[in-house]
Design a protein around this ligand. Structure first.
Ligand SMILES: Cc1cc2nc3c(=O)[nH]c(=O)nc-3n(C[C@H](O)[C@H](O)[C@H](O)COP(=O)(O)OP(=O)(O)OC[C@H]3O[C@@H](n4cnc5c(N)ncnc54)[C@H](O)[C@@H]3O)c2cc1C
Length: 410
């Protein structure tokens, strides 16, 4: 089992520099335009696919990197390029992880390639869990999946919201309630294959940031999927539900969140943290350059401690955030238990860092920081989502507090 390392090896540095080149040469010049257009940037994703940067092979390689650093390194670099475009490229990953963690080998082999498509015919995927009344409180989910035994089909009804790539995806992964008496232990995930009748896009959201990423409601009206689309298969689901019922009886009530789901979140949160680190680093570098060249009172503004100390704090926070992200990614890859919710820690700290650092960068750029002539204004808007999605900062604190105290804090 690899030990925790704090630097990339030569191969990893080569990959990082290659992604950096794409981020600098393709993403950055296109970022402002797609932010203004608020449309999914298919040409940019196609460019990424052409060079193999948007492909199942590439992400599988990074995902299975034994050091655990492949994914955080990739995401930091992409989001350094631009967060909206970065999420357009990386958003499929959320659905892919859902299938990788709960699908059978056959499901993984069938659906993952269809999520990415190929360089000549690029596809994206969506992971649909959140609902209008079930955001932080996943147990309030209402989308229902009912098994039609005669036809070996699942019938899904409900409305999902905030789905990244929702409605434009080739493959949708939908979480639904299969046993309402079990809270979030009574949920299961389903593949909704391309072109399935009854799935449609609802409202597309106009957003504050990451505007090149597509976010929409997904409406499921009598959606029928074959039994083979239940992730993990029926036998495994029946066993899991039987265990959950047993547990609920033993505990004298409804169980709330499943340990397996929590473990999956802990393992996926550092990836979101890595995105936040990329945004923060981009804003910090812009501010550092600006502070060196902007002259006031006859000297560069960086000569003032008031400015230089802010830059010192920004860099310190970014490095600390990256270390937390790398540690949690390494723990996930090497199967170490997240006894103190280290995955949530990394997402909490990195998300808050992106918000703080981009605000400091705007301040250092003065009036220019407030305009769309400079990228920090966009970075600040983009950073704001990192204390909200994939579990808000308050929910991360709740998870960490419960893990370290053993107390069911509310
Ligand atoms: C751009 C974008 C993309 C997204 N992409 C996806 C996606 O691809 N798939 C998907 O399924 N979801 C996605 N989401 C949904 C996202 O994960 C949710 O927005 C998030 O989980 C918060 O849920 P909510 O918006 O309903 O807020 P709420 O849960 O209503 O929270 C509102 C406020 O109350 C606080 N709060 C709630 N409960 C507690 C508590 N117990 N203690 C303390 N504070 C609390 C929250 O921290 C927050 O500040 C996306 C959201 C956005 C905005």
């Amino acid at each position: 089992m690899p030990e925790f390392v704090m630097e990339l090896d030569e191969d990893q540095r080569g990959v990082r520099d290659w992604i950096h080149g794409f981020a600098a040469d393709v993403m950055r010049p296109a970022a402002a335009e797609w932010d203004e257009r608020e449309e999914f940037p298919w040409p940019v994703v196609q460019e990424a696919a052409k060079i193999g940067l948007y492909s199942l092979d590439f992400y599988a390689q990074q995902f299975f990197d034994p050091t655990g650093l492949g994914i955080p390194m990739t995401l930091e670099e992409l989001f350094w390029g631009d967060a909206g475009l970065g999420l357009a490229i990386a958003g499929t990953g959320l659905a892919a992880i859902g299938v990788l963690t709960s699908g059978t080998d056959e499901q993984i082999g069938t659906w993952l390639p269809q999520m990415y498509g190929d360089a000549g015919d690029v596809k994206v995927a969506a992971f649909c869990s959140s609902e209008p009344d079930a955001g932080s409180d996943v147990s309030a989910m209402r989308t229902r999946a009912v098994y039609d035994e005669a036809r070996d089909e699942w019938v899904i009804n409900g409305t999902k919201t905030w789905a990244t790539n929702g409605g434009i995806a080739n493959v949708h992964v939908v979480v639904a309630v299969v046993d309402p008496s079990l809270g979030s232990r009574g949920h299961a995930s389903f593949i909704v294959p391309p072109g399935t009748a009854g799935l449609s896009q609802g409202q597309k959201f106009k957003k504050h940031g990451i505007r090149a990423s597509h976010t929409a409601e997904v409406v499921l009206d009598q959606v029928r999927v074959p039994g083979s689309c239940l992730l993990g298969g029926k036998e495994k689901l029946d066993e899991r539900l039987a265990r959950a019922r047993e547990r609920a009886r033993g505990a004298g009530g409804t169980a709330n969140s499943s340990n397996a789901a929590m473990a999956t979140f802990e393992a996926s949160r550092p990836a979101v943290g890595a995105q936040a680190v990329g945004i923060a680093r981009a804003a910090y570098e812009t501010a550092l350059d600006y502070a060196r060249t902007r002259v006031q009172f006859g000297r560069p503004i960086i000569d003032n401690q008031g400015v230089a100390f802010q830059l010192a704090d920004m860099r310190t926070r970014i490095d600390a955030a990256r270390l937390l992200v790398w540690r949690a990614s390494w723990m996930a890859t090497t199967g170490r238990p997240f006894t103190s919710a280290e995955g949530s820690m990394s997402k909490l700290f990195a998300g808050e860092t992106a918000k703080t650092v981009t605000a400091q960068a705007m301040q250092i750029l003065g009036g220019n920081g407030f305009t769309r002539e400079y990228p920090v204004e966009r970075m600040h808007r983009d950073a704001a989502i990192y204390t909200v999605f994939e579990g808000t900062s308050e929910i991360q604190r709740l998870v960490i507090a419960r893990a370290v105290s053993g107390v069911p804090i509310r």
